[in-house]
Design a protein around this ligand. Structure first.
Ligand code: ADP
Length: 636
């Protein structure tokens, strides 16, 4: 931030952070047709400010000064073309004003801006996901003034902030008797119609009815066809906690608007669950699944989105103990009837009550997801695309709900088109072959690498479905999910093949035994030649096209996992695969144990098998040299 001008009167002119400038530009252009939302955003901020004051005042009642009734006020002046939203909430200090209204503090901001394409239509949907907040004022205003004083500070510590949204803003210290914040919009010519009491009322009722503080406006009268504001105030919203009302009385639109407030989201949610739980613990929860992943979903310190209330009093944002980490994308509120009002984060860490609430909330959410998966497949597919990778973490994290989470998983498979993850374990089990006992999968670096793995050859030939796992987290999933509905999960790249299970006839098995015996000298010679690089060499039925492949021994980590561990710098045991060779492949048929180039063939076979399953060669140049040497040697 540059400080362009400082005068003696504490007035500073400062530049917006570059991203704010971009955001303002984009918003003014792309949200023009949604311009009414500025009011929702300002009222939402005012409401949060009142919540924060009420919470801080639990420990410091003096913050209420002599004005304990929290409220939000909306006024307009048609002649001056202004709209003002005032709250008597927590307010902001000068430093807070500069930080909050000059920069964007969200994590993922840079990534977000990198994703913008310059195409207004697609950028407009992105901006919705990012959240618009205070800056949406500039959609309708060409100048915005904020006057604020933090609760508990002296009257002399008021602050005025003004900007035309073009790139800079001014802040100065001022005297301000009233606690809290007043935001005044100077409307652009073309939005002058918004400076109307009846127009603003309609917007408040549509978007902000659920706000818990009263929203006050001047009563209206009509004279000669135009409105006249009277001196008295009236409350224009219902001002009751939405979640405390009976479900039957709440419309879907009300649920959606409330989500936009608690979730700081511009888009509708995918679904929600609202429940009042009675018993040992009494609480109400209203939890939402967003339609889009937030930008900080993968940040270690990502915000959790559940607010904690105690008997309708806001206690804290980001109450990370209320849901497990694999549900960190959920937004909403939990209102406890039992916790003490002075509950702190430290107390929450230890609290048995919170554990009970967390278990209940988790179940409700998993129920909601199960319901979407069963009855609203498209929505569930959208959910899975956005959050599937996060939900997968739950398989390892939440043993108590493992089966329920397993039922929600979706996979790519050899029997589904494309790389989209659409197959559930239940569907897989329903399609299993009569003799098949296990659920087969292959893990690799990516789904397309998984799809072309040589380990799939026999399964393809026999029409046995294999799940294609290409995410890093998938190794963790299969590591924790030993079985589903009593069927063990099995990697196609580990252990021996069960001939009966894949439907090999007794005759074919006999043939294979004979083939193995015939190849025994080759097998022995390969073992001697490859030495430490392999744990074993054996003849396989696994392959129909490739000459050889590598598999892990029954209890060893898969090659993919070994690579992940190595890349993460974790010391693992030396990975030693088993080399399996395809007896019907012409390349195997031409291996002669005492040929002079046998060692070169053995190395090439091994390296090829390693490459085919996504591994890396220790010495690629030597590999190339050997290939060239073999290509030049006369056919034997
Ligand atoms: P968001 O509300 O999503 O955090 P905004 O851009 O709307 O983003 O606001 C940025 C920050 O400015 C808020 O997080 C809050 O700290 C502060 N703020 C905005 N409006 C008010 C207000 N009326 N009273 C106190 N603080 C406010």
């Amino acid at each position: 931030m540059t400080q362009a001008e400082t005068s003696g009167s504490s007035r500073e002119r400062l530049g917006f952070q570059a991203e704010v400038k971009q955001l303002l530009d984009l918003m003014i252009h792309s949200l023009y047709s949604n311009r009414e939302i500025f009011l929702r955003e300002l009222v939402s901020n005012a409401s949060d400010a009142c919540d924060k004051l009420r919470f801080e005042a639990l420990h410091n009642p003096g913050l209420f000064e002599d004005d304990p009734d929290l409220a939000i006020r909306i006024e307009c002046d048609a002649a001056a073309r202004t709209v003002t939203v005032t709250d008597n909430g927590i307010g902001m200090s000068r430093d807070e004003v500069i930080a909050n209204l000059g920069t964007i503090a969200k994590s993922g901001t840079r990534e977000f801006f990198a994703r913008l394409s310059g195409d207004e239509r697609s950028d407009a949907t992105l901006i919705g996901q990012f959240g618009v907040g205070f800056y949406s004022s500039f959609i309708v205003a060409d100048r915005v003034t904020v006057e604020t004083r933090r609760a508990g500070e002296s009257v002399a510590q008021g602050v005025r902030w003004t900007s035309d949204g073009a790139g800079e803003f001014e802040v100065e210290t001022m005297e301000r008797a009233a606690r809290g914040t007043a935001v005044t919009l100077h409307l652009r010519d073309e939005h002058a119609e918004l400076a109307s009491g009846s127009r603003l009322r309609a917007i408040v009722r549509r978007y902000s009815d659920h706000i818990v503080q009263p929203i006050l406006m001047k009563k209206l009268d009509w004279k000669d066809g135009s409105e006249v504001a009277l001196a008295e105030d009236e409350q224009v919203n219902r001002a009751s906690a939405l979640w405390a009302r009976p479900k039957a009385e709440i419309s879907d639109d009300e649920y959606r608007e409330f989500y936009k407030h608690v979730g700081h989201d511009f888009d509708d949610p995918l679904g929600w669950t609202h429940a009042r739980v009675e018993g040992r613990q009494e609480y109400t929860l209203l939890l939402y699944v967003p339609a889009h992943a937030p930008f900080d979903l993968w940040d270690r310190g990502a915000r959790h989105g559940v607010k904690l209330y105690v008997r309708r009093v806001f206690i804290m944002d980001d109450a990370e103990k209320l849901l497990p980490s694999y549900l960190r994308f959920v937004r909403g509120i939990v209102d406890s009837g039992d916790l003490p009002l002075n509950v702190s984060r430290e107390i929450l860490q230890e609290s048995k009550d919170i554990e009970a609430i967390r278990a209940g909330a988790t179940r409700k959410l998993l129920d909601l997801l199960a319901h979407l998966a069963a009855d609203e497949k498209d929505r569930y597919a959208a959910f899975w695309r956005e959050f599937g990778r996060v939900l997968k973490e739950g398989v390892g994290e939440d043993g108590a709900n493992r089966e329920r989470i397993a039922a929600l998983l979706r996979f790519a498979s050899t029997q589904a088109d494309g790389d989209a993850e659409t197959v559930s374990l239940a569907e897989y089990v329903a399609r299993m072959k009569p003799a098949q006992r296990r659920i087969y999968y292959v893990t690799a670096d990516s789904r397309s690498a998984a799809r072309s793995s040589p380990h799939l050859e026999i399964f393809r030939a026999k029409g046995i479905e294999v799940l294609l796992l290409g995410d890093r987290v998938d190794e963790w999933v299969v590591g924790h999910l030993a079985e589903f509905e009593g069927r063990p999960l099995a990697s196609v790249a580990r252990g021996g093949l069960d001939a009966e299970e894949i439907g090999e006839s007794a005759e074919a098995q006999k043939d294979q035994a004979a083939e193995s015996e015939a190849l025994e000298p080759v097998v022995q010679r390969l073992k001697a030649s490859l030495g430490e690089r392999v744990k074993d060499v054996r003849v396989t039925k696994r392959l129909t096209e490739s000459p050889a492949c590598l598999v892990a021994d029954e209890h060893d980590p898969s090659a993919n996992l070994a690579r992940i561990l190595k890349a993460a710098g974790q010391p693992g045991p030396q990975w030693q695969p088993i080399l399996e060779i395809n007896p019907s492949h012409p390349m195997i048929a031409r291996l002669v144990p005492d040929a002079p180039d046998f060692d070169a063939w053995a190395s090439v076979l091994f390296d090829q098998a390693l490459l085919a399953e996504g591994g890396q060669l220790d010495d690629p140049a030597a590999f190339v040299k050997r290939i060239n040497q073999l290509m030049l040697s006369p056919a034997t």
